[in-house]
Design a protein around this ligand. Structure first.
Ligand SMILES: C[S@@+](CC[C@H](N)C(=O)[O-])C[C@H]1O[C@@H](n2cnc3c(N)ncnc32)[C@H](O)[C@@H]1O
Length: 201
């Protein structure tokens, strides 16, 4: 037993690589996951709802797209596959998550358009056409709010953010907080206890 959380910067948990298989929009994905990252054994059910219910980027989407808190990279790999002209930035504090995302991007043949980065390594002047996130909730509401205060303003003027949050972990209070912060928020979908929020300026 270690003190690692999935958002630990440098996990000490044994890596024990494993395969995670899932399908999105008729495409099958087999990715590598490992101990010490979020939902290491399966596609997280919230992420699955997000990828099923949100509007995936159109094939012609120019990007850049942001996967905020990429974990082992399922959202990044789906976005980069759906939008073959777009660059996808995959950002995470957890270095093992970043390494897995880079390896998975190579595995699905999109590594040339995926930029894996620690938060502070994303160029400050870059804005995003789309921000996708199954955000870290368990690190606490204050940290979640700080994260969104940092990254949502980096949406392009007509950009859109897609967030998934479990209702029992505060999906509805997050919705209210985002509105209080001045964002346009639509509950785009609700499934299996998860809210999919569409956020725009
Ligand atoms: C709920 S998990 C989602 C992981 C992945 N997108 C998925 O769907 O499986 C949230 C991720 O956010 C990362 N994270 C936590 N704090 C962060 C921060 N301040 N900036 C970027 N990523 C962060 C965690 O390490 C974790 O990988």
């Amino acid at each position: 037993m270690t003190g690692d959380h999935y958002f630990t910067a440098e996990p000490t948990t044994a890596a024990q690589p494993r395969e995670v298989e899932f399908s999105v929009a008729g495409r099958d994905f087999t990715l590598t996951s490992a101990g010490g990252v979020f939902s290491a054994d399966r596609l997280d059910p919230g992420t699955a709802v997000l990828l099923r219910k949100a509007e995936l980027p159109a094939p012609g989407a120019a990007g850049p797209l942001l996967d905020l808190g990429c974990g082992f990279g399922p959202i990044t790999c789906v976005l980069a596959t759906c939008a073959p002209d777009a660059t996808v930035w995959a950002v995470d504090v957890n270095e093992r998550a970043r390494a897995l995302t880079a390896a998975n991007a190579a595995r699905v043949g999109v590594a040339d358009r995926v930029r894996v980065a620690a938060p502070d390594d994303v160029p400050a002047d870059l804005t995003f056409a789309e921000l996708w996130s199954n955000p870290p909730i368990r690190s606490g509401k204050a940290e979640l709010h700080e994260l969104l205060r940092r990254w949502l303003p980096r949406l392009a003027p007509d950009g859109v953010a897609w967030l998934v949050v479990a209702r029992h972990l505060g999906g509805d209070s997050l919705h209210r907080w985002l509105v209080e912060q001045g964002w346009q928020v639509e509950r785009h979908a609700s499934q299996k206890g998860y809210r999919v929020l569409r956020v725009t300026r």
